[in-house]
Design a protein around this ligand. Structure first.
Ligand code: PEP
Ligand code: MN
Length: 355
């Protein structure tokens, strides 16, 4: 985010459920005007899903194209921009016919190049802004491929949305954030703005503010948040939606960082600290290379003695030792274990080459 730029805020219910629900939500969101450190924060567009990609067929699947008339009314009476999710060429035709201001491609759709291509082709020539959520799995290439397909169809107003990644097992989050993936995406597409959808990362309204703050700390361009006039009665994603009043409180509390000092420079202290980090990173890469050389040598010795490459006891000892060192240094043990699993895998691969 450039100096003093205001974060973009898009909000609205997970699903459009009825004219009353949608209009009341839109009106309350439209009325949000929060002063935060000299900036005025407001909701720039209403999001509402008409076709819902639900996991189970016996749940609410959205009201479908019948909801466009409610969005049209909101656009006309409240002067609010509106956007819907599109997951097929048919959805795109309906959305364009009803003159929505923007569309988003959901996480499940981004995983499917056939669908992304048909959506891109159908949007071609419309010039409409397109928001692309990350795929459900942490696959940077699929996300990048979706942007390439849209650009290939001549669409240039593209924004990415980070909504976290699904996983198997227990986590604090509904979709784990794996912040490195959106940061890598930014490295690849520095000119594509990046919003964060803290609602789908959280899955729980209590966690939404801290995830929103984290995104701004990482210099995201704004937020894409689910907000419902009465979340408890929402027909989808009830746990993670917040009321417009809660959204206003969240916006008031956000600490909005600057990308750089007002004169465009980085404070001297940060430059010094960064150069220290650069030196440490160089050392880490050097050490990794040295470790790999030793692994290759071990591989050759094992081969001569006809010993198996993978030695589970030895690996357990390494893992225990680095975990306890991590703990004593106040590091996140599970993160350090993950790093060592990658290093170990590389080591095994190298040893197999020399076998
Ligand atoms: C949504 O935004 O309501 C939605 C279905 O999100 P996602 O595609 O991120 O699951
Ligand atoms: Mn939702």
């Amino acid at each position: 985010m450039s100096v003093n730029k205001c974060p973009v805020i898009i909000a609205g219910p997970c699903s459009a459920e009825s004219e009353d629900q949608l209009f009341a939500t839109a009106k309350a969101l439209k009325d949000i005007c929060v002063l935060n450190d000299g900036r005025t924060l407001s909701v720039s567009m209403l999001r509402a899903g008409l076709w819902k990609p639900r996991t189970h067929p016996d749940t609410f699947q959205g009201v479908g194209a019948g909801g466009f008339k409610w969005l049209t009314r909101i656009h006309k009476e409240l002067g609010m921009k509106v956007m819907v999710e599109v997951a097929s060429a048919g959805h795109v035709r309906e959305a364009l016919k009803h003159g929505v201001d923007a569309v988003w491609i959901g996480a499940r759709t981004t995983t499917n190049p056939f669908l992304v291509q048909e959506i891109a082709s159908e949007l071609s020539g419309s010039g409409i802004p397109v928001y692309v959520k990350n795929p459900v799995n942490p696959d940077l290439e699929l996300w990048a491929g979706a942007v390439e397909r849209l650009r290939g169809a001549g669409l240039s107003d593209i924004t990415a949305i980070h909504r976290g990644f699904s996983f198997f097992g227990k986590s604090r989050y509904r979709n784990i954030p794996q912040w490195q993936v959106p940061l890598d995406f930014r490295g690849r597409f520095p000119d594509v703005p990046m919003l964060c959808d803290p609602s789908h990362i959280a899955g729980d309204r209590e966690l939404v503010p801290e995830i929103a703050q984290k995104a701004l700390d990482l210099d995201f361009d704004g937020l894409f948040i689910e907000s419902h006039i009465s979340p408890e009665s929402a027909l989808s994603d009830s746990q993670q939606q917040i009321t417009p009043a809660e959204l206003a409180r969240l916006l008031a509390k956000l600490v909005i960082r600057q990308s750089s000092a007002p004169d465009g420079t980085m404070p001297r202290r940060i430059e010094i600290l960064r150069s220290q980090i650069d030196v440490i990173d160089d050392n880490i890469v050097d050490l990794l290379a040295k470790r790999m050389e030793i692994s290759a040598e071990i591989g050759r010795c094992k081969s001569e003695s006809n010993i198996a490459v993978f030695q589970p006891d030895r690996w357990q000892k390494v893992l225990e030792s680095v975990s306890s060192q991590a703990e004593s240094l106040g590091l996140d043990q599970s993160a350090v274990r993950e790093i060592f699993k990658i290093i170990h895998q590389q080591s095994i691969d190298r040893q197999r080459e020399d076998f």
